[in-house]
Design a protein around this ligand. Sequence first.
Ligand SMILES: [Zn+2]
Length: 344
Amino acid sequence: MTTTTSIATHYEQFLELLTRDARVAADGRAAVPARYGERADPAGGSQPVVLTRDEWILNQIDLTLALGRLLTEDDVVVSAVPYELSFIGAEVDRVIEMVGASVISVGTSGTICPMPRLLGLIEQYEVTALVCSPSFAAELASLAASLGRRPAESTVRTIVCVGEACSTERLDRIGTAWAAKTSTLYGTPSTPTVAVACDHGALHLCDHRLRAEVRGGPRGELLLDGSPTGELVELWPADHRCDCGSTGRVLVPLGSAASAVRGPDGLVSALDVERIVFGHRRLAPHFACAVRDGTFHVTCAVAGPRTVDEDAMRRAIRSGIAEALGVEAEVTVVGVQDWSTATS
Ligand SMILES: [Zn+2]
């Protein structure tokens, strides 16, 4: 069987399942549940999430169309996203198969395939694309460098960042570390595909199947089909079009609502802080930011040999944040080799 035939078969199977669900809905019966997952609640517990088969397939189709513009049948893709009790891992696997590329599912637990082993797999199987969080991509690059390898000379040419809000500035630095093209996709634990990137790097809301609103908009908590997501976003008004010409509204993820602080001009997100931080060009693409007692606690890392005055850099970043955003921040600057100890 050729690849084209097998993709066509997948699509036919999907269409058949979708029409079957539509018949069920028309009969007034409940939609068919397809997949169980869980999401964290603000109190630190977990809540069950069930996707219907219809939702599950439509999420996959939107992601397939987006990744189909980035990947080809010749790609060997590592998926280092969460699998257990979440939707994204299984979704990315299926989507890569639909595109016709090969997949190596690594997950994020680090038990069976910790990062050093993954670096070996990337070399052995000439992996061409990574789907992972921006933090994962940054740490994998610095681990490779610390082991004497050159990530920029690896076979990896595409990195799709998921699971974490990431500024263009940090994304560019990840792209430079790997000498790879970067892209992003945005989802929540309950809806794995919420927005997909266009060629201009903007995330377009999948508004043909999702009703998105922003509480107190245009910047505020994202509500999907009326339900709060705990995620802070900016949603461009419908008449503010992206240069790519798409009519889909542009969504800018800003991190979790819990990691935002009220500043003099409104909500300040961890992403706003990140943009200021990456104005400093000596920094590695590592970034951690948490809010404690209304103050941002930022950790960043110096790339290359530690010849910079870290204390001066720390003060400069701190005052840069205060000046631009009007909020306090505690800043820690470490050498990239000390990253995991500094953030664990
Ligand atoms: Zn666009």
